[in-house]
Structures are given as C-alpha cells and as structure tokens.
Ligand binder design. Structure first.
Ligand code: ARG
Length: 463
C-alpha cells in the first residue's frame, strides 16, 4: 500500500505533494464535521440494527465519534490535507482510537452518498440561520416604516420624480422582497430534505440497509428514491445559490438607493458614522462603504451561482470530482449573504432621515400632475384629455417658472375651460399620498396597517 491513504491499496507510488493539496477539500469542508459525525452515528446505528455490524462495534463507534467531536470542539484535532476531506479525516481518527470497529464504519457507504448527506444537513441548518437574519432585518424595517409612515419622499420611475410616496411605504417594499427571499430558502430546504445514505457509490449497496431508519434519524423526510440521482444531484446547491443571489440583489438595490440618498445631491439620509469611512486625502468625505460593499458582494453571489451552473452543466452521472467545488461556492454565498443581512439590520436603525430634503424633493418636479389629471377625470373629463390638459399646464409652468398648485384662475381657463383653480389649489404631496388609501397604496394609514400585518406575521415566526 502506497503511503497511508485509506484508498491506497491499488496504488504503487505515493501521491505527489502538490496533488495532495490540490485534491484536498478539508479547508472548506472541515466546517461540516458536526454533520459528518451525525451522519456516521445514524449510519452506524442502522448497521447495528440490521445486524450488519455487531452491537459491540456500534458501541465503540458511537463512543469514538463522541470523543472525536469533543476533541474537535476543544481544538484538540488538527485536520490534515493528507487525508483529503472531512470524511476521511474523521474516519482515520476513529480508526486510530478504536481500531477495527472504526474500519467497519464505512460498510455499505461511500463518500459519494456521505458528502451529499453532510452537505444537505449543513445547508439545512444554514437555511434556518439565514431565515433568522432575514426576519431580524424585516423587523428593523417594519419598525422604521412605522416611524416614517407620514414621511413624504419622491417616488421615482426612470430615476425621475414620478409621484410622492411615503418613506414607510418604500421601506415596506423591501420587507415584501425579503419575505419572498425567505420563502425561496424554505422551498429549497423542503425539496432537498431527502437522505442520500444507502445510495453508496452510485448503485446502492449489497447489504440489507434500512434507508428509512437512517433518513428518519437524521431528520430527513425520507430516503432519496434513485441512488444515481441521490449522489449526483446538486440542484439544491444551485437553488440555494440562486436564493442567495436573489436576496443579495435585493440588498444591492437597496444599497444603491442608500448610496444615492446619502449623496450631496439628494441629502435624504445620513448613515451612522460607525458604518461609514473617510478618505485618506479628502478630509470632508464620509463614504457609504457598507452599502457599497453589500452591492459589491451581490456580484460574488451571482458569480457563485453562475460558476456552479457551469460546473454541473456537462457532468455525466453520477459523482465527478468537479462537484467538490460546490461547497466553496455555496458556503461562501451563505457567509456573504448572512453578513450583508447583518450589516443592514445593524446599520439602518441609526440612519438619520432628512424630512425637509425628502419633502422638498417630493414637491418638486410636478409630482402632483397625475392627481390633477385624476381631478379632471372626476369632473367628467376623459382621462386622455385630462392627460393632455395637465401636460400643457406643466409646459406652461416650466416656461413661467411656476408650480401647478399656484396657477391662477385666468391661467387655468386659458389652458382649458375645464381646468379650475379649485382643482389646482388642492394639489399637495400630503393629499397625493393620503388619497392612495387602498391595499398596497402609499397612504400613511395603509403603511400603518401593513406594519400591523407584518408585526403579526413576524411574531408568528417566533411562535
Ligand atoms: N471531498 C469530496 C467532495 O467534496 C468527497 C467525495 C469524494 N468522492 C470520491 N469518490 N472521490 O466532493
């Protein structure tokens, strides 16, 4: 046998040292040690129940795994690239401690079903963690939305002033996005929750395994139905990376807005000093680095998704070593996303909101024009005519450096006899937002109702 490899039997020469490093995944998969040990415990117990291993072997294996887990947690075990991955590092340690019983653990199992079991268990936990972070951020946003139910800002389309909206309404838009993001993680989590163990290398095993028992012990909804699919499926990695990327993109859009709003040109908000940095040359600078980084990291999450789609697209069934790259991509996606969610939840409560600048911006740019057209429609003018009348009013105002609500009776009459000074007199950003008082509308009353709804839903999450 060449060297000390667990698979060294058919080899005559030792592995090249750089190949050993290049081949290893321990730097990435060491994080799954808890899941690897849990999987081995369930597998060993199943082997015992089925009479495949003796009770004494199982007892030794379970004791050995407990000891190894405690040692890893206490930092007493150094993993080594010579043993390639977390699976073989732990198995080798076990055998070192308990001898032959350790060597029997891998009966009716392959690293191919082992690795994907561990990865599913690990990612199942990460889904729970990321959902917690999403809910935490949602709570922060709902609280802010309530505070700003009456704060008026310009709503934009094409980044041009469109209609006034309430800042609370704007913030709640992100609460909606985040709730769909959480839904995507939950959906993917439910779909991937089947146990590959028992599929062995690819075809199943010659031993009388009880796959239902192993699956149940590990909290899966049942065993995977097809051994080839079980060991080669990486859909769950793709789905989760996609969920990370989409949530990352939502935070990136939000970041983009914060960055714009904090600029001297908008002056809508100021982010807390603790979340900004200065310039090494320009003493006046206070830069929104945190939202910029979140926006930047969304690129990495999208990259991870694209990388894995490309990796999987040409792989024949079943296991191929290319798949080892999946963990780096998906672990990184979760790490980055969780950090981004955390930064947002911690940064936003300290945000200063400049009501005056928001209000002034909302009131400029003829943002009440649609409401004037609506007033004409209520007086019996067909909408297309109303649109034209208001369009001409805006043109007149631009020409004469005037605002719509200040036009006098003779100006109105000159533009169109159906346009009255009473109609223009009622135009205000307050009236605009208050008038949109229906489900999904921007009115302060609706924002408060939506905050109540969200609070109930987010409380239910705790229960
Ligand atoms: N470290 C490997 C991975 O992450 C484990 C599976 C290896 N299987 C194999 N047949 N070489 O994919």
């Amino acid at each position: 046998m060449a060297g000390d490899k667990l698979w060294g039997g058919r080899f005559n020469a030792p592995t090249d040292t750089f190949v050993e490093e290049f081949n290893a995944s321990i730097d990435v998969d060491a994080r799954m040690y808890g899941e690897d040990i849990a999987g081995s415990r369930a597998h060993a117990r199943m082997l015992g129940r089925q009479g495949i291993l003796s009770d004494d072997d199982v007892k030794q294996i379970l004791q050995g795994l407990n000891d190894i887990e405690a040692d890893i947690e206490a930092g007493r075990i150094d993993f080594t690239v010579a043993l390639e991955d977390v699976h073989m590092n732990i198995e080798a340690r076990l055998t070192e401690r308990i001898g032959d019983a350790g060597k029997r653990l891998h009966t009716a199992r392959s690293r191919n079903d082992q690795v994907t079991t561990d990865t599913r268990l690990f990612l199942r936990r990460r889904c729970d963690e990321v959902s917690e972070r999403i809910v935490t951020l949602q709570r922060v946003l709902v609280q802010l939305a309530r505070t700003h139910a009456d704060t008026i800002m310009p709503g934009f389309t094409h980044l041009q002033t469109a209609q006034p909206v309430t800042f609370g309404h704007h913030l709640l838009a992100y609460v909606e996005m985040l709730s769909r993001d959480a839904g995507r993680f939950a959906d993917a989590q439910a779909r991937m929750n089947r146990c590959p163990l028992g599929s062995a290398a690819l075809a199943g095993t010659t031993f009388p395994v009880d796959r239902a028992f192993t699956a149940q012990t590990l909290g899966f909804d049942g065993p995977c139905n097809n051994s080839l699919d079980a060991v080669s499926d990486r859909d769950f990695v793709l789905e989760l990376l996609s969920a990370c990327a989409i949530c990352g993109v939502h935070l990136s859009r939000f970041s983009e807005e914060l960055i714009l709003w904090m600029s001297a040109q908008f002056r809508f908000i100021d982010l807390p000093d603790a979340f900004c940095t200065g310039s090494s040359i320009m003493p006046q600078k206070k830069n929104p680095d945190m939202p910029e980084l979140v926006r930047g990291k969304a690129g990495g999450m999208i990259g991870g998704l694209v990388a894995m789609l490309c990796t999987v697209k040409a792989l024949p069934l079943a296991y191929n070593k290319d798949m080892q790259e999946d963990k780096r991509a998906v672990f990184d996606g979760f790490d980055q996303l969780q950090d981004c969610l955390r930064i947002f939840a911690e940064m936003l409560p300290g945000m200063q909101v400049n009501h005056d600048a928001m209000h002034a911006a909302a009131a400029s740019g003829f943002s009440t024009a649609t409401d004037l057209a609506d007033a004409l429609v209520r007086a019996g003018v067909p909408f297309r005519d109303a649109h034209d009348i208001v369009g001409r009013s805006v043109a007149w105002c631009i020409e004469n450096n005037m605002e719509l609500h200040r036009m006098d009776a003779s100006t109105c009459a000159a533009i169109d006899v159906r346009l009255t000074v009473e109609m223009v007199g009622k135009l205000s950003v307050e009236n605009c937002v208050a008038a949109r008082n229906h489900i999904g509308g921007t009115a302060p009353e609706q924002v408060r109702l939506q905050c109540d709804n969200w609070n109930k839903q987010l409380e239910a999450h705790d229960a």
